[in-house]
Design a protein around this ligand. Structure first.
Ligand code: IMP
Ligand code: MG
Length: 187
């Protein structure tokens, strides 16, 4: 078992365990399988944070999905969203007429996904829905319809299972609150 003791020391506590994640991902895959029956959705991974969730989720979807990857930047090394969204890596293929599922690690202010949804709408997808592992509803500053969410979490900065602080902690198998002593004085 991967215990990553040094990384766990930087957490104040674990808030979602690997077992809870596995169960939620399985159920989410089944829900998507039911909702998209007869379709061939494009599952779009938002790099890098959603990568761990994405690779688990697509294997729980029993449909002929295709995969796409986009990288957008909104954060830098800080723990607060800048509101500025920049496309760093775009889609490889045309999505016009396709049913697109944007797979994201966490919805915080909602700015990143609001902006990305607008961009993708101009590319004439047949439908666009959002699948997120985590949602911090208390932090929303722009309205956003999130159809699929695994866990609502409180307003705290979390890491693990793909989520990072300054590119670290993505390999933690559980999700935990990062101890403020790690980022205090660095914003
Ligand atoms: P939003 O644009 O404010 O919704 O920010 C969304 C992005 O901010 C996510 O894709 C994450 O990359 C990052 N983010 C927001 N909250 C956290 C957190 O608690 N831990 C790690 N990354 C976060
Ligand atoms: Mg992200």
């Amino acid at each position: 078992m991967n215990t990553n003791a040094a990384l766990y020391n930087d957490l104040t506590k674990v808030i979602v365990t690997r077992e809870e994640i596995a169960k939620a991902v399985r159920e989410m895959g089944q829900k998507i399988t039911r909702d998209y029956a007869g379709k061939e959705p494009v599952m779009l991974c938002i790099l890098k944070g959603a990568s761990v969730f994405f690779t688990d989720l697509i294997r729980e979807v029993d449909l002929p999905v295709t995969t796409e990857f986009m990288a957008i930047s909104s954060y830098g090394g800080s723990t607060k969203s800048s509101g500025i969204v920049r496309i760093i890596k775009d889609l490889d293929r045309d999505i016009s007429g396709k049913d697109v599922l944007i797979v994201e690690d966490i919805v915080d202010s909602g700015r990143t996904l609001a902006h990305l949804s607008e961009v993708l709408k101009t590319r004439r997808a047949n439908s666009i829905e959002i699948v997120t592992l985590l949602d911090k509803p208390a932090r929303r500053v722009v309205p956003l319809q999130v159809k699929y969410s695994c866990f609502d979490i409180p307003d705290a900065f979390v890491v693990g299972y793909g989520l990072d602080y300054d590119e670290k902690y993505r390999n933690l198998p559980d999700i935990g609150i990062l101890s403020p002593r790690i980022y205090e004085g660095k914003e």
